[in-house]
Design a binder for this molecule. Sequence first.
Ligand SMILES: Nc1ncnc2c1ncn2[C@@H]1O[C@H](COP(=O)(O)OP(=O)(O)O)[C@@H](O)[C@H]1O
Ligand SMILES: O=P(O)(O)O[C@H]1O[C@H](CO)[C@@H](O[C@H]2O[C@H](CO)[C@@H](O)[C@H](O)[C@H]2O)[C@H](O)[C@H]1O
Length: 459
Amino acid sequence: MTLMSDTVTRFDATSTGLLASLDPLLREWLPRQRWFAGKGRPVTGFTLVAATELLPAGSRLGLYHLLVVAEQPQSSGDCYQLLIGVREALPPRLAPALIGHAEEGALAGRTVYDALYDTRPAEVLLEALRTQARIGGLRFERDQGQEIREGLVPRLMTAEQSNSSVVYGDTFILKLLRRIVPGINPDLELPLALAREGSPRVPAPTAWLRSELDGQSYVLGVLQPFVQGAADGWELALRELGKGEDFTGEARALGRATAEVHTALARALPTVTLGHAQLRPLVDGMVERLDAAAQAVPALRPYVLGLHSAFEALADLAAEGHTWTAQRIHGDLHLGQCLRSADGEWSLIDFEGEPAKPLAERRLPQPVARDVAGMLRSFDYAAHSAGPPNPDWAAACRAAYCAGYAEAAGHDPRTDPVLLRAYETDKAIYEVVYEARHRPDWLPVPMAAIERYATSDLT
Ligand SMILES: Nc1ncnc2c1ncn2[C@@H]1O[C@H](COP(=O)(O)OP(=O)(O)O)[C@@H](O)[C@H]1O
Ligand SMILES: O=P(O)(O)O[C@H]1O[C@H](CO)[C@@H](O[C@H]2O[C@H](CO)[C@@H](O)[C@H](O)[C@H]2O)[C@H](O)[C@H]1O
């Protein structure tokens, strides 16, 4: 256990004692969290990167903001953001938040819990954003043009997520990023760029939380307007499928919304042309991901040769002199990232990209086909998740989505089937690894697509 005490605020004398209390509790609790990225390997210890006392430890309710590196074998360790509450005992409503009872160190005899479940700590965060507080290394910042009312009542969203979100009075939603990496985070960067472009398709960031550590900036959270009465595309698609209803009207609207976001991003941020030299490493990446996935998930192995052909076809096109335009994109687009407001308008959320990929890679310009492929995979997922597989439903949504995209963008993604197939294949491979790791019961869904892609020509 090491301590970088220069980043610890108002807490230097007891920081080691704090970690002594938390270490045994976090070893048990952290790996059980959905957002824990190091699943399958034991946590062997923690390094405290920063500890900020937000409510005094001596009071009825103590509150610490922590950045800790979880040490694991064969890894340099991921850094996590934790909001730790400390009480004598937890009231029953906070039972799901329990981390454990500290037996040693500075918090010995007290109960430690995930403070995001608790009203007062969540209020402390919103108040700090509202007043643009600077506490230790934490920078609470906001868009001066948007107002944050006082007295909004917080509630933690309990859905399984990659991060953790608190909704304030159905007016704002604060997403606290759990795994923290230094640098410009697209989850703040892209919505801010879209807001500057005046795009109505993405809730404009109202405020954000950053940390300055060792000369590097970390985005820790983003506050956005809450889209009231919204349903996400995944819920809606499953509902319509279950009723045997048509979803093509919504799929077409989603295609238009995606194209509008792409057009605004292309205006706001640089675009580049990909020729053979640039496409080759992109294809190599796809091949490497396939090979790594087959190592990790044995069920993929019989299909590796068949899947390679999708990537080779793309490399062949590049070798023949084809070029593609690349720009900033969403990076992890699926039905669950699309919200339909009560008045029927679609917005896109969660521009973080695939959280497991390095930030620099997530911020590279890429062909828009990658996002389109993500949505097409999502229609296929829905069609394989609600009762017996319904490939006709998926095919109809696919056609409507691409037609909607073409209406708003002026070009139809289906006119480049080789590129689209390569990205759909790449995404399905990603999904196989994702499901094997997080939801093994779902593995047959992407595997059904893998089987098709490995054995069929482009249709
Ligand atoms: N602006 C918003 N308005 C309403 N609900 C939202 C908003 N942003 C996110 N949500 C809800 O929160 C969930 C998680 O948000 P998301 O950004 O996808 O987080 P994560 O990165 O943790 O997956 C979404 O599926 C959606 O239900
Ligand atoms: O929502 P996240 O950004 O955390 O994305 C991850 O989890 C998704 C599942 O929640 C996963 O999406 C896959 O399952 C969806 C249905 O639950 C489906 O609509 C998507 O098409 C499918 O990829 C996503 O891949 C993963 O990154």
